[in-house]
Design a protein around this ligand. Sequence first.
Ligand SMILES: [Zn+2]
Length: 456
Amino acid sequence: MIATLILAAARRGGVACRSFATASQRFEQQENALYSTGDLPGRNVDLFGPLAVRLVKGKGRGYVATGPIELGDLLLCARPAAALHGPVEDAPDAALLMPQLMALRPEALEWPQRAALAHLSDGTEASVSQPPPPFWDPPSAGGAAASGAAAAASAAWPPPDEALARLIKVNAFGDDYEDLAAAAARGAGGRSCVGLWPAFAYFNHSCLPSTVHYVVGERMVVRAVQDIAEGEEVTISFLGRQEFAPVGARQAVLRERWGFECTCERCAVEAAAPPEVGRAVDAAYARVMTELRPAFLEAAEAGDPSALAAAARGLRDADASVRAALKAHAERAHPATATFAAAALYELHELAYAATQLGTGFGGDDGGERGQEALAALSRCLAIVDAVSRGAELHCFLAARLLELASAARGRDSAAAAAALQLVGQAGEARYGKQLGEKLWGALQAANAELAGEYL
Ligand SMILES: [Zn+2]
């Protein structure tokens, strides 16, 4: 592993990158411990990959890669300035962070949270129009500006109530789950969380993010889910499950909650799609969310086969209407239009998979081909998540479930099972990186497979 890291450092070049590789190696060891016991000394070290905050055209400030980044690279592991936990699917309200933050003494925070905290955006144009001092550099490597910022933070803390409330609204992050497989691997129950991770708050949003982020214990972990070139912006998704919606619905959420218009590549492609395609996607999405999904869930709950079959027919029709629009206008559409249309209809495809599991085939009434239908429907879901939400917990669940289905339908030694195993590896690498020990890797895979069984 050490040889690999040295090679990686050589590829990246430069002293800063070499020290990142060393820090990364050290962190991977700590992370192994964090995932398993969480109790080794020295684990409270923050880690920054090759990132710096710069002004990004049309967006204000955001993280930019200062060197080449590879899929699976760990980019950030940040401790919170304040955090609260709750039961799974019931994250505490972010406003409850207020007392913790008021009592916070910035001088008790270590680099870089203290300096990052001092320059958080309050949502105003002015607060994002200048990059902050370089808190991402260690103090020994020219962190004088950061130290100055940290001193300023101590002097100005806590801000007045109203300003603090705004700071929380713009920068706090909540999740209904921490990483469930990591929690299981270290023998802890899963829980929800809300917190303010100052260094994490500098990431901008994209509906096609180049990273995945999740909470392990108290830490916010960010990993690259694709190769990223030096100089490119590094993005996260703010949306959670709502990323599986058409451009209009996503933009409405982003505008309402964070007050900006998303200009990401996915939004641009969807907005520029032939209007007939956009209308077909919007209509199918609305029908799935308001009519078919509730009807399907109700029928599944009641165990009513004819109602289930009717809902499955509706799903099939909605899918067919979008496919027809895509086919009719294919020559005017961007090559990614079909992928993004499918992503907007992920809920439809997941229900279609569920229909195969409940014995109500999506592709027709040929019950004998049910195994084949289930594999096809699940593969579609997996391809969508890989395209727009790579490294998500859902990505790992879908891959684990596909492996199970393929092994059951075709045998453990079949080509289908081998292909599914490869997809499990890809999802795991995007979420957990390439350098995990075999034992931890096995524990995470097993936990994800078990969770997939509960979820899907
Ligand atoms: Zn977008």
